[in-house]
Design a protein around this ligand. Structure first.
Ligand code: MOS
Length: 692
């Protein structure tokens, strides 16, 4: 059991420390660091989805005033390590997906670079491409493992027999479409290559992650790469690892004699180059007795991966631990396609992987004639079905009951399609939410007493979550001082190493390291330190991680109105109730929860990337056509949490809050739409045409 920190500053509703700098425009984002004599880089992208480059004509581009150089695979500097195909930028004539970088123009202005990039003429030996995921492909394969190292398949008990013997069975297929991350700040890298090595001002979720990924690629010792990211305008996973644009900027910076190279991807380039959520096809099978007690859970997921680099989303993973059923089988199969490389998008695995199973629970409730909350309560597992470990804290039932009370669930019509108000069919729905406590290795923090304050240093990144503020609160409590006594420094690989802002793990890992450093500081220097006293400590191992199943839970509620004549769908109310351990800062935590829920609403109603199979690219690659929930889509959106401290998670008693808000939200909306209309939508997004 970890020694829990007493909360004085933690838990208080403090404004963001970085708020004033952000709203006054003085917080520098990657593109904005004041650097002398910058140059600008614009990528050239392939116009075929598969093939080889046969010729490149750069003469028109080179003739544009202000152009300094045109990079292609013919003249680009060689990289030291091309084993990761995503980073093997401009190293061969091969094209693996449409929009892949085939060149880059460096110029005195961004406008000249962009114009000249349009004048680079590339000829291809075009080969047939294949970009469509479907269930009947004959090349679906089982990867060695899926994202985050989970086993590809699990098989417990005897699913087939249990299904054959079950009183009530369900066998349905659900789909989620391709979705793209769209953080407000585009992916941006400013690269400076000089005698000191490579400096990257990068819009990233992890400065040390970028450094360790880029060091072998450029053949530099990690110490010769410095990555700076003090302020980041969102990432959602798309900035969790560097993508090809970072390599392109580093290549270009080798040609500018020390002048900085600035690269900001366009919104359209972000629909190719920075990862996306794979489409999923989910076959869900449930077997239950007449009272709705599950004996069988089957979850078979089909996803796509890029032929050029494997990424297989772990969408069947949450079905392994969510409900009690003795017989379970989960599988992942992937289609290797000539497409851009899928990657992380807020709650990879749980987000798409809870859609099918949670709509299926709603369907099972109807089949059994049981309230959907009661059905979930009846299927609570006493311990983790997969590992047999006890739960550290599992309060799904509390979340469901608290949500039911707040949402007015008791007044719900028992049958769907009953309530009609002014031409609108009105219904409510519920779905469960979950997200694991993730812990990543490699975080160290330092505490140094200087100018009468405690300098706290760690290479963490605040991607807009509130980490600047929450980490300062943790440091204050760990040192037993007030907020004003803390001077936090983050966002620079020159600071002690930190793990990535991903997997909702930041506060756990960085906070634990800060607490360890603070405790070391007090042990070494006492309560009355001298100027310059300094201590450093790594995040300690947590033995409880092996002993307990550590997951957060939540209950998502939605009210949906579907217009009886037009099918127009509106969501006037959403409520999320979460069990996530201690809340460090209620204000920034609330923002994370409602942000996740809004992204879930967006997934429910709008988000879908359309790939044109003839050309292999996303055609709605901008905000005009890739629809994201806007203010007008969001009604009364509430997020609350249970008062809780996890005695097994970390010294703060917290469990991470960045991702759980999106999980289950789309299922709650789809379930409410069924309750409103009697029409079951199993394919996202839930659009008007489904009801006509
Ligand atoms: Mo999140 S997809 O782990 O950055």
């Amino acid at each position: 059991m970890t020694e829990l920190l007493t909360a004085h500053v933690m838990g208080t509703d403090l404004e963001r420390l970085d708020g004033r700098a952000k709203v006054t425009g003085t917080a520098p984002y990657a593109f904005e660091y004041p650097l002398d004599n910058p140059t600008y880089l614009h990528p050239v992208e392939s116009t075929v989805a598969r093939g080889r480059i046969t010729a490149v004509d750069t003469s028109a581009a080179e003739a544009v005033p202000g152009v300094l150089a045109v990079l292609t695979h013919l003249n680009a500097p060689r990289l030291a390590d091309t084993s990761d195909a995503e980073y093997a930028v401009l190293q061969s004539d091969e094209v693996s997906f449409r929009g892949q970088f085939v060149g880059g123009v460096i110029a005195e202005t961004a406008e000249a670079a962009r114009h000249a990039a349009s004048l680079v003429y590339v000829s291809y030996d075009e080969q047939p491409h294949d970009v469509e995921l479907s269930a009947d492909r004959d090349d679906l394969y089982a990867p060695e493992q899926v994202n985050a190292g989970f086993p590809t398949d699990t098989d417990t008990g005897d699913l087939d027999s249990a299904l054959a013997e079950a009183a009530i069975t369900l066998d349905q297929t659900y789909t989620t479409p391709t979705e793209h991350n769209n953080p407000m700040e585009p992916h941006t890298t400013v690269a400076v290559w000089d005698a000191d090595g490579l400096t990257l001002y990068d819009s990233t979720q992890g400065v040390h992650a970028v450094r360790s990924a880029m060091a072998p690629v450029f053949g530099l010792e990690p110490e010769r790469i410095r990555v700076v990211a003090r302020y980041v305008g969102g990432g959602f996973g798309s900035k969790g690892l560097p993508h090809a644009h970072v390599v392109l900027a580093g290549l270009a910076a080798q040609l500018t004699e020390g002048r900085p190279v600035k690269l900001a991807l366009t919104r359209q380039q972000m629909f190719v180059m920075v990862g996306y959520r794979t489409p999923t096809i989910q076959r869900v099978r449930y077997g239950a007795d007449a009272d709705g007690r599950l004996s069988a859970i089957g979850m078979d997921v089909l996803v796509q991966t890029a032929k050029v680099k494997e990424f297989v989303e772990q969408a069947a993973v949450p079905a392994r631990m969510m409900y009690a059923a003795a017989n379970r089988r989960t599988t992942h199969r992937a289609a290797p396609l000539d497409v851009a490389i899928p990657s992380w998008m807020r709650a990879p695995g749980e987000c798409p992987g809870m859609f099918g199973p949670e709509v299926a629970m709603d369907e099972l409730a109807v089949l059994c004639g049981i309230d959907p909350i009661e059905l979930r309560v009846r299927n609570e597992p006493e311990s983790d079905p997969e590992t047999g470990n006890p739960w550290s804290v599992r309060r799904l039932v509390d979340c469901l009951h608290e949500g039911a009370r707040r949402f007015g669930w008791a007044d719900r019509d028992p049958e769907p399609g009953i309530r009609r108000e002014d031409g609108w069919l009105v219904g409510t729905g519920v779905a469960s939410s979950t997200y694991p406590l993730n812990v990543m290795p490699g975080s160290t923090a330092a505490v140094q007493f200087e100018h009468g304050r405690y300098g706290v240093r760690i290479g963490a990144v605040d991607i807009g979550t509130g980490a600047w503020t929450a980490l300062s609160q943790i440091a204050a409590d760990a040192l037993g001082v007030g907020m004003d006594d803390i001077a936090l420094e983050i966002g620079d690989s020159a600071l002690p190493a930190a793990s990535v802002a991903g997997g909702s793990s930041g506060i756990t890992c960085w906070g634990s390291a800060i607490v360890a450093a603070a405790r070391a500081f007090r042990a070494e220097h006492g309560a009355d330190p001298a100027e310059g006293d300094r201590s450093e400590a790594e995040m300690p191992e947590n033995p409880d991680t092996e002993k307990f199943a550590q997951h957060s839970f939540g209950a998502q509620f939605a009210e949906v109105r579907v217009h009886a004549d037009t099918g127009e769908i509106r969501v006037p109310r959403m409520l999320g109730v979460f069990s996530t351990g201690r809340i460090i800062n209620p204000r920034t935590a609330h923002s994370q929860f409602i942000g996740g829920m809004t992204m879930g609403l967006s997934m429910a109603l709008h988000e879908q990337s359309y790939v044109d199979p003839r050309f292999g690219h996303v055609v709605n690659h901008d905000f005009a056509e890739y629809h994201i929930a806007a203010n007008a889509d969001v009604g009364d959106l509430q997020a609350v949490w249970l008062d809780e401290q996890d005695p097994h998670s970390n010294p703060m008693g917290s469990r991470g809050i960045g991702e759980i808000g999106i999980v289950g939200a789309a299922a709650a909306v789809a379930n409410a739409a069924f309750h409103a209309t009697g029409v079951r939508v199993r394919d996202l997004p839930v659009t008007a045409d489904r009801f006509l």
